[in-house]
Design a protein around this ligand. Structure first.
Ligand code: FAD
Length: 116
């Protein structure tokens, strides 16, 4: 990890962004209103327009065209976020994450209590 008083490199930016995105998904409503859904759809679709890594932004934009955001509930949105992160992991030849565990990782903490 780089020092935390320096500008972010691509990896540090990515880690910080995934933390934000998965945590937003973890705390999304179980029964989102139309407005909640519209806000989230817009938020996700703006990412490629503002994300400060051009190759990342272009690839994410392409991912969104063939895997559009599922913003219908916390469970489906978190699963979707996990799947798109795995698409990026695959491209970067990183290990894939088991999406059945996404709420343990980002919302509830693990069953053995080590996050408490
Ligand atoms: P990260 O991939 O940053 O993951 C952080 C933590 O999330 C992991 O430690 C793990 O606990 C958890 N995690 C991993 N996978 C999942 C998952 N599927 N679901 C839930 N949790 C998970 N980098 C490039 O070099 N090229 C790119 O084109 C590129 N595109 C990107 C596009 C976006 C939208 C974002 C946000 C980042 C992108 N990055 C890209 C950065 C890249 O994804 C990583 O963030 C960076 O390489 C650091 O990786 P890392 O191994 O530290 O873990």
């Amino acid at each position: 990890h780089q020092r935390d008083d320096c500008p972010l490199d691509k990896d540090e930016l990515g880690r910080s962004t995934w933390k934000l995105l998965h945590t937003i998904a973890a705390t999304y409503s179980d029964e989102p209103s139309r407005e909640d859904q519209s806000n989230m759809e817009q938020f996700i679709r703006l990412i490629p327009k503002v994300y400060p890594c051009e190759i990342c932004a272009n690839d994410f934009s392409e991912i969104l065209t063939y895997h559009p955001p599922n913003i219908s509930s916390q469970k489906s949105f978190s699963k979707w976020m996990c799947e798109v992160h795995n698409m990026v992991n695959r491209k970067l030849e990183k290990p894939l994450f088991d999406c059945s565990k996404v709420n343990e990782r980002w919302r509830d903490g693990w069953a053995d209590g080590h996050c408490e």
